[in-house]
Design a protein around this ligand. Structure first.
Ligand SMILES: [Zn+2]
Length: 350
């Protein structure tokens, strides 16, 4: 889909969007093909449900979610290909395989290598031709099975890694830092000429320095002049094989009074949630307002293969907070809080 489908449109594409929203149980009152207020509201509801950016416009990522949300397990043959297959049917497949003890990776709806291995292992164990194609025969074999095991393999694996490291702190860990925006993409502008891309870069360098002091290795997803898209950032992190992933951004709001810290994690990763909450606690400990940790489906959180957290330590649109970001000591304090959050993730083994 090349174009945006947006309010004011009157097109067959808008009608397609309306049909898909209705099929998902979201009411649309506008006439067929007319992208009016009701369609906009329905799109926003859908975006909210899926944890993606809520703007009431159907761009490529919302369209991808809509198509994926409409598919039921068994509708299509699922297998490993490039680019990977995505959708709610893949989520169901992963959940079911994980519940049976086949490690399909995180239930992120992306049919990647882990899901392929899990399908093959499942086929082998249940006497279906081991071809990695999840079609009708595998489907009926899978649906005929009771699912009663506790915990998922992906969650257990993340838990095991944490336990292995317990007591050693961050020593030897490889942590991927993702400074938001960059290059031609300057990010959101703040007050007093503050620039999100530059400030995220400065903060990333401080976090890297802090990590080195803790015996860890920091790797960045981009250079200062690059602006890779979010899937590319995730791909680079996976290639580096980091143990943790930290994406750094600054929050924005239409009112200058909004202030404080928020952290985000991919909703089905308990490890990432724990990490996000740990970092959140440390940031709030600096006296920053607590805007809490939230589950989100951002590409950098969803497509990375390690516990991943997106951090917005302050609002760039708040004049006081934007001003503090230019103070090196404040950046250092933020970096220390973030790295302390990481250390606590590995030391609190309860
Ligand atoms: Zn940003």
């Amino acid at each position: 889909m090349a174009n945006l489908i947006k309010p004011g449109d009157h097109s067959t594409q808008a009608a397609d969007v309306q049909a898909r929203l209705r099929a998902l149980g979201i009411p649309v009152e506008d006439n067929a093909g007319w992208f009016g207020d009701s369609t906009t509201q329905a799109v926003r509801t859908f975006q909210q449900q899926r944890g993606i950016l809520v703007d009431g416009i159907v761009g490529p990522s919302t369209w991808g979610e809509l198509v994926g949300a409409s598919r039921r397990l068994g509708d299509a043959i699922l297998y490993l290909k490039q680019p990977p297959m995505r959708g709610d049917d893949v989520v169901l497949l992963q959940e079911r395989l994980n519940a049976l003890g086949f490690d399909a990776g995180r239930s992120d709806g992306i049919f990647g290598r882990a899901t392929d291995s899990a399908v093959r292992a499942f086929q082998k164990e249940y006497g279906v031709a081991e071809d990695g194609m999840f079609g009708p025969r595998s489907h009926s074999a899978l649906m005929g099975l009771r699912v009663d095991r506790q915990g998922t393999a992906a969650g257990l694996r993340e838990e095991l890694r944490r336990a292995e490291r317990g007591g050693r702190g961050l020593g030897g860990a490889v942590v991927v830092i993702d400074p938001g925006h960059g290059g031609p993409d300057r990010g959101n502008p703040g007050t007093n000429g503050a620039c999100e891309a530059d400030l995220c870069w400065q903060l990333a360098l401080q976090v890297a320095e802090r990590l080195a002091a803790a015996g860890a290795t920091a790797r960045l997803t981009r250079t200062e002049t690059e602006d890779p898209d979010n899937s590319e950032r995730a791909r680079r992190a996976n290639q580096i094989g980091g143990e943790m992933f930290l994406s750094l951004h600054l929050n924005t709001y239409g009112e200058p009074t909004a202030e404080g810290s928020s952290t985000y994690y991919f909703s089905t990763s308990q490890a990432a949630q724990r990490l996000a909450e740990g970092i959140q606690g440390e940031l709030v400990g600096l006296g920053l307002n607590n805007c809490r940790s939230h589950g989100r489906s951002y590409a950098v959180l969803k497509e990375t293969r390690m516990p991943a957290v997106l951090i917005e330590p302050v609002f760039i649109t708040n004049p006081d907070e934007a001003k503090r970001l230019h103070d090196r000591e404040f950046l250092k304090a933020l970096a220390l809080a973030i790295v302390t959050g990481l250390e606590r993730y590995y030391s609190d083994l309860t």
